[in-house]
Design a protein around this ligand. Structure first.
Ligand SMILES: Cc1cc2nc3c(=O)[nH]c(=O)nc-3n(C[C@H](O)[C@H](O)[C@H](O)COP(=O)(O)O)c2cc1C
Length: 200
């Protein structure tokens, strides 16, 4: 891989730190890596692979989805990996979706209260519900999707966000980022990117 772009969207800043950890692991593979917020990416022509990461904010962050849609043509030509940060995930055992491998931080998923009868919140927080819109917006199948715990800080939240988080999400505040899981996922990406290039 010549040059890899790690790009991210964030609401409160914690996903940018996840993106930085991903960048550091990719650099260890010898690749040249650039880290940029999605809003600052103007041209993808100089990259040989792209990682896009963003939090769930009532759906995957809109800026990240728009990035995938806006750059469909360029992203169709190079390997893509995606990561998601979130606070709630229902344990469903999903390890792939539409043929895309999904790597979930094992500390994150919670089993449903009643097996085989998911509540609204539990259905909403399934891997498949979170990832389907991302795969729909992607020009090509990501080589891998990482799903990691994020960070929730009530003091940084606007009132509308607080309403959603308290009433619907019901997630406790805290830092659930599992750096070992994040870094292990990132370390696996160069091989997946190379295999994808060899296939196409
Ligand atoms: C308004 C709002 C909506 C959120 N929606 C979800 C959600 O649907 N599912 C989830 O698991 N986490 C949700 N979260 C939690 C965030 O995904 C999590 O806090 C993330 O780490 C925030 O990343 P950031 O600090 O980069 O903005 C939401 C947080 C906020 C503030």
């Amino acid at each position: 891989m010549d040059k890899i772009l790690v790009t991210y969207a964030t609401n409160s800043g914690s996903t940018s730190e996840v993106a930085k950890a991903v960048m550091e692991e990719l650099q260890k593979s010898g690749a040249q890596v650039e880290l940029l917020p999605v809003a600052q990416v103007s041209d993808l022509a100089s990259y040989s692979a792209v990682v896009v990461g963003a939090p769930m904010i009532m759906g995957w962050h809109q800026a990240a989805l728009s990035f995938l849609r806006k750059n469909k043509a360029a992203l169709g030509k190079i390997p893509l990996a995606v990561f998601v940060t979130c606070m709630n995930l229902t344990a469903t055992g999903e390890t792939s979706l539409q043929g895309v491998p999904v790597s979930v931080d094992k500390n994150l998923p919670k089993p449903p209260k009643v097996a085989n009868r998911l509540s609204f919140k539990e259905r909403y927080s399934r891997v498949s519900n979170y990832l389907r819109p991302i795969l729909r917006a992607s020009a090509r199948k990501p080589v891998s999707v990482g799903v990691f715990g994020g960070q929730l800080n009530y003091s940084r939240m606007q009132w509308w966000a607080m309403i959603f988080v308290v009433l619907i999400l019901q997630a406790p505040a805290g830092d659930r980022r599992n750096w070992d899981a994040i870094r292990a996922w990132a370390r696996g990406l160069p091989d997946l990117f190379n295999a994808e290039v060899a296939r196409s």
